[in-house]
Design a protein around this ligand. Sequence first.
Ligand SMILES: [Fe+2]
Length: 428
Amino acid sequence: MRVRGIISLLFLISVLLEFNVVYSYTRPPPRKNIFTPLSDDDDASSPQQVRVSQVGKDRMRISWFTIYPTPATVQYGLTPSANSFNATGVIDSYHYMFYYSGPVHNVIVGPLKPNTVYYYRMGDCTKVYNFKTPPSHFPIKFAVVGDLGQTEYTKTTLQHISDPGYDMLLLAGDLSYADTIQEQWESFGRLIEPLASQRPWMVTTGDHDIEKITFFHRRSFTAYNTRWLMPFNESGSNSNQYYSFEVAGVHIIMLGSYTDFDSNSNQYKWLQGDLNKVDRKNTPWLVVMFHAPWYNSNTLHQGEYASVEMKAILEDMLYKARVDIVISAHIHAYERFTRVYKEKANKCGPVYITIGDGGNRDDFNPYFMDPPPDISFFRERSFGHGTLEVTNATHALWTWIRNHDDKPVTTESLWLTSLSSDSACNGN
Ligand SMILES: [Fe+2]
């Protein structure tokens, strides 16, 4: 009996590995949108919406809002007294239609030691926060999420990300689901602060991050650009919509699906230059993230310009650069493709992953094409998040963690090998 049980288990594993899989987890009904108010302990001078992001090799940008103007200064150090170092930054603000933001503070601190906890306090506030810097060498663990929004599902996802810990969070667009309602950006900033003030969050834009009112207002990223300043200057980009950075042997490129990408565009030229500068000896792993997926077998969002045209223009470039993984969002369901190039399995192409199901208010996208394309290896109709644990120069573990009601359940986990170590894919 025991032998038969083992054989059955091996058969089940082999089926899951060899064939395209759709899990039919039936999720409970949608949960309501939530608004995260200012804490009772906070006043108009208190830092709120605090978060950190990586800048260059060994610096972090600390960003926060206040209602009344306060100094753009940070005291920080290795002990809770947080008084070893001082840094001064800049204050920005913006308005959109009838909304006027409070002061946005951005202060860069460093140089910092890798994999180290720093304590910090902002302006005149006595409250002490802390963050941990990412490691400078493998291993490193990324939490990966898209279309986060701010619902009860979002809270579940954030809990599942927070509990086991991570070094850096990558968000593939559609952050707050503000859709021009600026107070939603504030609420989102307060919702994520417990996590985002402790680990660097690196993000790119999605369609719900755009301000656009038909006939009245052309497309802009006014709120995103002021609130979510990313290290574009440091990577030679002239736009906050696309940039790159390196961390612990991984070169990560963030692109803008809703920013010009044609062959005459600044984004196209910058991407070309950035890929040419990648040294796979220093950064064996090459990861690209943008919002609208190029490969998608969900019935929703088929044929969209941001997906189809961007793929037509940029796929060759990513393939020739031997990009290891492409992560997108937008579809509110999980899907993982094999290595792909021009619609076919190709051992030198990137693994494509869609993970636009962090917990947004639009509910999930339940319908997949049937039968699935043979390049699509795993599909699941659920909210959740992923983790990418890069253990060394050659191997990384990708894991998809479903929000099974309120429990984190791993339903796909696979080891990936970097193309930089695959001699058959180099020199082409
Ligand atoms: Fe989207």
